[in-house]
Write a protein that binds this ligand. Sequence first.
Ligand SMILES: Cc1cc2nc3c(=O)[nH]c(=O)nc-3n(C[C@H](O)[C@H](O)[C@H](O)COP(=O)(O)OP(=O)(O)OC[C@H]3O[C@@H](n4cnc5c(N)ncnc54)[C@H](O)[C@@H]3O)c2cc1C
Length: 396
Amino acid sequence: MNIWHNSGLEITKTHYDYIIVGAGASGLMLANALGKDAFFNDKSVLLLDKNPKNSNDRTWCFWEKGAGEFEPIVHQSWNTIFFGGQVYSKQLVIAPYTYKLIRGIDFYRYFIDKINSYSNIDFVNSKVLQVEEKNDIANVKTEAITYTCGQVFNSILEINKIQEQNKYPVLQQHFMGWVVKTKEPVFDPHVATFMDFSVDQKNNTRFMYALPFSKHSALLEYTLFSQNLLPKEDYENAIQEYLIKNLGCEDFEILEKEKGSIPMTNYKFHKHNTKRIQYIGTAGGWTKPSTGYTFFNTAKKTRSLVQSLKESKSITTLSSKWKFWFYDLLLLDILYKHNEKGHYIFETLFKNRSPQLIFKFLDEETNFWEDLQVISGCPKKEFLRAIYRRFIRKFS
Ligand SMILES: Cc1cc2nc3c(=O)[nH]c(=O)nc-3n(C[C@H](O)[C@H](O)[C@H](O)COP(=O)(O)OP(=O)(O)OC[C@H]3O[C@@H](n4cnc5c(N)ncnc54)[C@H](O)[C@@H]3O)c2cc1C
């Protein structure tokens, strides 16, 4: 069978130095980081994905200080966010941070163009059936062919690994989003709604996330941090109700839809890494357990991974600092046991502390003194109880 490069050329090679499985956020960032770094010029790289990555399947947002590496593809950005609660709501200026949005399709095009320009990287569309390490070599079996390599970076998430354990709570950040166009001007394009907990909580942690592009258009995402997904109509009815009740808008058109379910867990993904197979992206535990944010963290982890490769360091772990891992665990423990308390915890925190401090904390860049300020800004009873429960169960 002939194998074709994503750009149309025939490929006959079956052995590579590195194989990257999955050309999503982490796979493309890693392939680009290897391709642009002269250190890896003599390394052959194969990037595999079952999907041609030519649809706008998701929207990524993150906060950042100043201009960054994704600037050419930032579609929209905001300097002010709105936090909405049941008793506390406020518009918050986030300088020196900016909240930025990237459309999936722009990201895929931009990175695939770059990757196609590196002569040592082949990008092949093929479904991967198995990845295994055998006789000191890694094998990647696709529908068409089995490749061999020295090192695999695998971004395929095997969700059963986390669902089959009960040591760490597993929640999902699950949501459905509509890009809508409204007849009347109902949005403020200068303010992104970060979390609006004024929606009916129905005994869960539920909020609306709204990213306006203009006075007449926005992406609205009905989002939950909870264990179980909802029937499709529940997300759709909630978005419709928000448009009508909260924004007073009955006349609108749906331009695009997206949905997602991101695992929120402290599960130690890195324990599946072996000498020749390393998991990356969400599959590698690069998702922040307490928020589901992954994109910007993936950019940071990619830099650390590439540095480890250059220094020939062990790359079996690239885990977070233990203290942040523990803070995330406490929040997830609370939300797992008392899902209805989510709005109260986030509302108390945003009422008591600045968004800048919260972003710094979520970026895992705060010192211990700043950690204490964040922690003391949260409801104390819930966290003290969560600490007590964890120590009784002897977490490890
Ligand atoms: C709709 C949506 C919106 C999100 N928004 C945000 C956000 O705003 N901010 C944020 O920080 N995070 C966000 N996330 C979370 C996270 O950033 C994304 O899920 C991100 O894409 C994860 O990157 P990844 O490389 O781990 O996985 P992916 O980007 O999903 O890449 C995995 C790749 O593997 C391929 N693949 C899967 N199985 C196979 C197979 N058998 N053979 C070959 N290829 C295969 C897939 O086609 C895919 O291209 C969002 C997630 C979703 C789903």
